[in-house]
Ligand binder design. Structure first.
Ligand SMILES: *[C@@H]1O[C@H](CO)[C@@H](O)[C@H](O)[C@H]1NC(C)=O
Ligand SMILES: *[C@@H]1O[C@H](CO)[C@@H](O)[C@H](O)[C@H]1NC(C)=O
Ligand SMILES: *[C@@H]1O[C@H](CO)[C@@H](O)[C@H](O)[C@H]1NC(C)=O
Length: 328
């Protein structure tokens, strides 16, 4: 195994970690990954990233977008999750607004915080991080799951900086500062398949909860890719006065899940050219990666301005008699 030690010696000890904000791009019932071509899709999503987002998406997304809601202006990827609703005891639903993370520049409109990390925030553990390729997509979690899923978590916020404890499902009391949903994606790729029919089997999960070092990749999925994670902060506190008297959780995800085990997230890779690989090969951390060192970046007003038009004509913001797409 002499070649192996040579290979390791050639890997530069980089320590890049990206953490950045993406404003809301759109909230609508579309899912070009799991339900391409279907408008409206089965449930509502909140989507951030590049404006090439559409009912169907194909080809190199990094070459198709003209703007993005993310800090890094060469990142036309799309990132999305289900949407949270409040269910009143009278049976009506109201969409829970999304708040900006206080770890990011102020003024970002809704959206998510996105991470691409290596072994941890300070090291790549001497393992080469291979960026995703054009056409790469993946899903983590499954709306039909009824059991706890590693890396998919809820945090009951005292304030926007609360990070623990991480729960496997919805908090069962009113949370003073809102609820954060966290989605950690697997970080081991089979090295070949861009997007299999199940959108998951090309990946292998050695990721644990929180931002812990993910374990070594198995021979079946040998390529270590950056570990992708999303954080979304939901402003549930504004519903505290309407919390049910019987103490039951009044929040529900847009596919009708009030436990939270079905929490899931989707990723369509769309970084332009080799920009993500260049970042992973550098030693920048968080906002020190901005302003061309090595990634091009943009100001919050430009992030907030990027949007796609509504393609599904339905009310999502009033008091609704049912979740969008869930009529009986
Ligand atoms: C979205 O796709 C439709 C075809 O389904 C196309 O007509 C439209 O131009 C696309 N929009 C964008 C912004 O690419
Ligand atoms: C339920 O309560 C909300 C908040 O008071 C109200 O706006 C909504 O119209 C009510 N829905 C029904 C069906 O009464
Ligand atoms: C936020 O809440 C955490 C506990 O979740 C606490 O440790 C921290 O001091 C709080 N920060 C502020 C600014 O109140």
């Amino acid at each position: 195994m002499k070649w192996l030690s040579v290979a390791f010696a050639l890997v530069a000890p980089t320590q890049a970690a990206l953490r950045f904000g993406c404003a809301s791009l759109t909230i609508q019932r579309l899912d070009p990954l799991v339900e391409p071509g279907r408008s409206p899709s089965s449930h509502l999503h909140q989507i951030v990233g590049g404006n090439a987002f559409n009912v169907s998406m194909a080809g190199d997304i990094g070459e198709q977008g003209t703007c993005t809601t993310c800090t890094f202006s060469e990142d036309f990827s799309n990132y999305w999750t289900a949407v949270m609703f409040f269910k009143h005891t009278n049976g009506s639903y109201k969409r829970v607004p999304i708040m900006a993370n206080d770890a990011l520049p102020s003024g970002i409109k809704g959206g998510m915080t996105v991470y691409y990390t290596q072994q941890d925030f300070n090291s790549n553990g001497n393992v080469k991080m291979t960026a995703f390729r054009p056409g790469f997509r993946m899903v983590v979690g499954n709306p039909t799951s009824s059991a706890e899923q590693t890396g998919l978590r809820f945090v009951c916020l005292d304030n926007k900086s609360t990070r623990f404890p991480e729960l496997a499902n919805f908090p069962t009391k009113a949370c003073k500062g809102g609820i954060m949903t966290v989605h950690h994606f697997p970080a081991c790729w089979d090295g070949k398949t861009l997007d299999p029919p199940d959108h998951q089997s090309h990946m292998y999960n050695t990721v644990k909860n929180a931002f812990q070092n993910s374990g070594p990749c198995p021979a079946s999925h040998p390529v270590r890719v950056p570990q992708l994670a999303y954080e979304t902060l939901w402003d549930t506190a504004q519903f505290a006065s309407m919390w049910p008297k019987d103490g039951s959780n009044p929040f529900v995800l847009s596919y009708g899940d009030n436990k939270g085990y079905g929490t899931h997230a989707d990723y369509v890779f769309g970084w332009k050219g080799d920009s993500l690989q260049r970042a992973m090969d550098s030693s920048c951390m968080f906002n020190a990666c901005e302003n061309g060192r090595p990634l091009k970046s943009q100001v919050v007003t430009a992030m907030n301005k990027c949007a796609v038009k509504q393609m599904v004509n339905e009310d999502i913001d009033g008091w609704l008699t049912e979740l969008p797409g869930h009529s009986m």
